[in-house]
Design a protein. Structure first.
Length: 195
């Protein structure tokens, strides 16, 4: 049985037995994988430390920090995903403050995000990744625009197939069109048929 088939069946990717609810592996395999990873790192760690390399992967690290740029960014993204997942469950912002109404962030974090977006637009860099230059006359780079466009199309296709309005995603759509009567009356897009 392939790993993909095991994953689809909800089995441990390594041995094929039933897996833990919060993992893709069973408890014995998780313990073994953790042990192997820790053994490898414990053997390499002193050498990496002495050479001034990243303590996670062994590449060149940022001066004054124990990780390389890639590992640091990956760690930040993982922490942000964890905070977001926890905040959705509790109804609190990423920072731990109560969220503002039905939004997923508090007023302070919302204002900080809006300020960062405005600052990026003013500098002429992409408002989403804040790394690449935005296209002429646009607020995002080509890569982020394509990524968002694909995500919007996938969402619209999913909602259309479910028989829901592709603008609000809540009410039933009008037959032959992508939007519901309420969104069409408000002139919200998209109201055309999804191909």
């Amino acid at each position: 049985m392939t790993r993909a088939a095991r994953d689809a069946a909800g089995l441990c990717l390594r041995c094929g037995k039933s897996r833990d609810a919060d993992s893709k592996h069973c408890s014995p395999c998780r313990a073994m994988l953790r042990k192997c990873s820790n053994k490898f790192k414990s053997r390499k760690l002193p050498a990496w430390k002495a050479l001034g390399l990243c303590l996670n992967c062994g590449k060149d690290r940022v001066p004054g920090i124990t990780l390389c740029v890639e590992c640091r960014e990956a760690k930040k993204r993982a922490a942000a995903r964890l905070r977001e997942r926890l905040s959705k469950k509790k109804g609190v912002c990423f920072c731990g403050q109560p969220s503002d109404g039905n939004k997923k962030e508090c007023k302070t974090c919302g204002q900080r995000r809006r300020n960062a977006r405005a600052e990026a637009i003013a500098k002429g860099i992409c408002q989403y990744c804040k790394k690449r230059e935005s296209e002429h006359g646009k607020t995002a780079c080509a890569k982020c625009r394509d990524k968002r466009r694909r995500a919007c199309r996938m969402r619209a296709r999913r909602l259309y197939d479910l028989g829901l309005c592709t603008a609000c995603g809540k009410r039933k759509r009008t037959e032959g069109l992508a939007g519901c009567p309420v969104c069409r009356a408000r002139n919200r897009r998209p109201t055309k048929k999804v191909a």
